[in-house]
Design a protein around this ligand. Structure first.
Ligand code: 13P
Length: 250
């Protein structure tokens, strides 16, 4: 059985007090979420500790939105996988399209990050997804295959078993345009097929999340697809009631 995961990527939103309020809202409604759905929250680095305090003792897991591609030392402004682990994270989002696009995150860097994260016992939520132009040019399958092969094919099966994949078509992120459930399922099945090329049966065990304008009104249809194992939620994760409603869609 694959793990069902609903993860909230808070991006560069929330002050400490706002983050604490949001986390408290989630804890208060946690009993409304099916037990087999794992909730993960990914606040900004500055809010990991206060949010960790709020969710401590609950089933909600903590994630960072990134980690450094170096272990430690003179890398001003960076936060290492070990630091992320030390504040109570069990997940780390890596390769988000916003990091690829605005911060020059390459597959080469992502291999280093994912290995360091795995070395600390963190589960990477590894993001992939094509841009609008790539879909229009009908090269989206190739783009996704390359994103997977360049990074995940560098892992051992033991390492891969700890990874969660998130398919986030760039054209659906923050745009209000969601991939249809058919489009999402098509890619998710394709991703699982590529993973099977390298990892065989293990591919059936890997959770593949959908992200991109996922909200309470469309989550049910997306989550009903056989290869969609949950969601990576941006905007709708900033409102406790919406995030909980998405998790309840299972
Ligand atoms: P939205 O849900 O705001 O489209 O963002 C999705 C996302 O990028 C999550 O990582």
């Amino acid at each position: 059985m694959r793990k069902k995961i609903v993860a909230g990527n808070w991006k560069m939103n929330t002050t400490v007090s706002e983050a604490v309020e949001l986390a408290k809202g989630l804890v208060a409604s946690l009993n409304e979420v099916p037990e087999d759905v794992k909730l993960v929250v990914a606040p900004p680095f500055t809010n990991l500790v206060p949010v960790s305090d709020v969710i401590s003792g609950t089933s909600i897991a903590l994630s960072s939105q990134n980690c450094a591609d170096q272990e430690k030392g003179a890398y001003t402004g960076e936060v290492s996988a070990k630091m992320v682990k030390s504040v109570g994270c069990s997940y780390v989002i890596l390769g988000h399209s916003e990091r690829r696009e605005y911060y020059g995150e390459t597959s080469e860097k992502l291999v280093k990050k994912i290995k360091l994260a795995l070395g600390e016992g963190l589960s990477p939520i590894f993001c992939i997804g094509e841009k609008l132009q790539e879909r229009q040019d009908n090269i989206h399958f190739d783009v996704i295959a390359a994103q997977i092969k360049e990074v995940l094919f560098e892992l051992s099966a033991e390492e891969m078993a700890q990874v969660v994949v998130a398919y986030e078509p760039v054209w659906a992120i923050g745009t209000g345009v969601t991939a249809t459930s058919e489009q999402a399922q098509e890619i998710h099945a394709y991703v699982r097929g590529i993973l099977a090329e390298k990892f065989g049966e293990l591919a059936q065990e890997i959770s593949i999340l959908y992200g991109g304008s996922c909200k309470p009104s469309n989550a049910k249809e997306l989550f009903a697809c056989p290869d969609i194992d949950g969601g990576l939620i941006g905007g709708a994760a900033l409102k406790a009631s919406d995030f909980i409603a998405i998790a309840q869609s299972y």
